[in-house]
Design a protein around this ligand. Structure first.
Ligand SMILES: Cc1cc2nc3c(=O)[nH]c(=O)nc-3n(C[C@H](O)[C@H](O)[C@H](O)COP(=O)(O)O)c2cc1C
Length: 208
């Protein structure tokens, strides 16, 4: 709970803005929403048109399956939404997955949609901005854009699988990447398998 200047209690529900753009791997965005629900964090979702395309190509989910997972859904064109203002308190924003187009727009500050405006706001307020950038290979322009964003304070977190956790399925790999990305907000999602040293359970499993 917060108190205003008059001592009144103000709402301070933990909130995170979730952007889903049209890079491959829309499942990362789906699982971010699931994780935030499990963690009791209010999710504010904004989805691009290309993300709806990848949703239909990569999953059996429909748009309602996506929006039904979020606490609040914002329209992409609604630049008057709460998340377009720095005065609306959030823990920050994650874009999962983040396309090169969306990443580049955020880097330039030319924010033509609510998704990129919300990201710009998070940067100016010095809150965590986590971009799960997905493309391969990267050309020099992509790498320079990522460098510029890192210099602005964003966390560049491409969804690259870790194998020390001995994933048994694609779901395991997705959840490990999502959970590690959420670490940037101080959230500890139970799905993450953390390294506990060479004598830990993961290492024991590796030896088995
Ligand atoms: C099936 C599919 C997969 C795609 N994968 C990627 C990708 O991995 N990375 C990327 O930057 N763009 C990818 N694209 C292209 C983007 O969707 C396209 O650049 C789009 O304009 C991005 O718009 P947005 O950033 O507004 O979502 C993909 C498109 C489709 C249809």
């Amino acid at each position: 709970m917060d108190h205003d200047v008059n001592g009144a209690v103000r709402n301070s529900n933990p909130r995170i803005v979730v952007g889903i753009s049209g890079a491959s791997g829309v499942i990362y965005g789906v699982r971010v929403l699931d994780a935030l629900k499990e963690l009791g964090v209010e999710s504010h979702l904004v989805v691009t048109r290309a993300a709806l395309l990848t949703l239909s190509q990569e999953t059996d989910l429909g748009p309602d399956d996506l929006t039904g997972r979020a606490s609040v859904v914002h329209k992409l064109a609604d630049v008057g939404a709460t998340i377009a203002s720095g005065s609306f308190r959030t823990l920050g924003m994650i874009v999962a997955p983040c396309s090169v187009k969306t990443m580049s727009e955020i880097a330039t500050g030319v924010t033509s949609t609510l998704l990129t405006r919300a990201a710009d706001v998070v940067l100016k307020e010095r809150r965590p901005l986590v971009l799960m950038v997905r493309e391969t290979p990267f050309h020099l322009g992509h790498l320079r854009t990522m460098t510029a964003l890192a210099e602005m304070g964003a966390t560049i977190a491409p969804p690259l699988p870790a194998f020390y956790s001995r994933p048994k399925s694609i779901d395991d790999m997705v959840d490990q990447s999502v959970g590690r990305a959420l670490d940037a907000f101080g959230l500890d999602w139970s799905a993450v398998r953390r390294w506990e040293g060479l004598n830990g359970p993961a290492a024991a499993g590796a030896a088995a």
